[in-house]
Write a protein that binds this ligand. Structure first.
Ligand SMILES: [Zn+2]
Length: 330
């Protein structure tokens, strides 16, 4: 009996030992799997990353090549235009159109050229804050392109400025007033102060050019919130003395304080010209606004291509006013 008991005990012990060994094997296998799996995943990921890197490099390379190609075409175009401009100055021949038609047209230049004509639309180019060191160049560009514009000037008495007032009038542009001092605190202090400031400018311009203008642009526009007084008081005064004021519905963005690219500046104008029948474009004629001078020929060129009429402001110009004069009255 005791022998049987012993044998049973032994068998049980062997069975337990086997169970423990199985368990041990399972634990070891599990540990191995947990250790190996991340390594395998890592290798797989690394292979994929390497493939991706190669594809990305290939993409960059083709992109760079495309960019270099585009840049070369642009440079060639600029060189040609410069050359033509020089030649034009020498013999007065207008070769620009010819060059344009023979230019290779790169397909992937970011600027989108809208080919639709917008005939019947009118654009009034206006320049505020002059005369300045840029006035001469602006006038030259307008002259070369046979375009008349409007200058909302401020008061200066130096010789160059006096010459510029005269040139503006002599060359058929509209000389208009923007205030003598352009100092908001001073001119908007009271209607009396505003009147005095405007009268000083009117007298100065009359002395220099022999003409008085009734076109004005309020510094900051009729809707400006900088004025300490109520703008309707100043509008009422303008109505009373017969001043006709113009605000704007289009800007090139030269006073936004943002670093615009040339294309952005040009597109600012072109996109609005598409919207309005009459666009009054606000630009600035003052130091630091050289980009306005630089982009002006391009804007004029684009407007001409679209058969838009560019005019100086006169008594037939539809009013563009942020606060309407007729709503305020006298
Ligand atoms: Zn101004």
């Amino acid at each position: 009996m005791s022998n049987d008991k012993n044998a049973a005990k032994k068998a049980e012990m062997i069975a337990r030992k086997k169970r423990v060994q199985r368990l041990k094997k399972m634990i070891v296998a599990t540990i191995i799997i947990f250790l190996l799996l991340p390594s395998i995943l890592c290798v797989a990921l690394w292979i994929r990353l390497a493939r991706f890197e190669k594809r990305y490099n290939d993409f960059l390379k083709t992109n760079e090549m495309q960019y270099a190609k585009m840049k070369k075409l642009e440079d060639e175009k600029e060189e040609k235009v410069e050359k033509v401009e020089k030649e034009e100055k020498v013999d007065g021949k207008a070769l620009a159109a010819e060059v344009e038609s023979t230019d290779p047209v790169p397909t992937n230049i970011p600027e989108v050229e809208d080919q639709t004509l917008i005939e019947g639309k009118k654009v009034y180019l206006t320049f505020d804050d002059g005369p300045s060191q840029n006035t001469e160049q602006i006038l030259d560009i307008l002259k070369e392109n046979d375009v008349k514009a409007t200058f909302f000037v401020i008061g200066h008495t130096d010789e160059h400025s006096l010459d510029m007032y005269k040139r503006i009038v002599d060359e058929g542009h509209t000389l208009a007033m923007h205030s003598y001092s352009h100092q908001y605190a001073k001119i908007y202090k009271s209607v009396k102060a505003f009147a005095k400031d405007m009268n000083s400018l009117s007298d100065l311009l009359y002395t220099v050019t022999g003409e008085r203008t009734h076109f004005i642009r309020f510094p900051g526009g009729s809707s400006n919130t900088v004025s300490a007084g109520d703008m309707t008081d100043f509008i009422r005064y303008a109505n009373r003395v017969g001043y006709v004021y113009f605000d704007w519905n289009t800007i090139n963005g030269d006073a936004t304080g943002q670093n615009l690219t040339d294309n952005e500046m040009i597109n600012n104008v072109m996109s609005n010209v598409n919207i309005f029948t009459n666009s009054v474009v606000l630009m600035h004629d003052c130091a630091g606004k050289e980009q306005t001078v630089k982009t002006l020929p391009k804007i004029i060129n684009k407007l001409k291509k679209k058969h838009v009429t560019m005019l100086p402001i006169n008594d037939t110009t539809p009013l563009v006013q942020h606060i309407k004069a007729e709503d305020v009255g006298e």
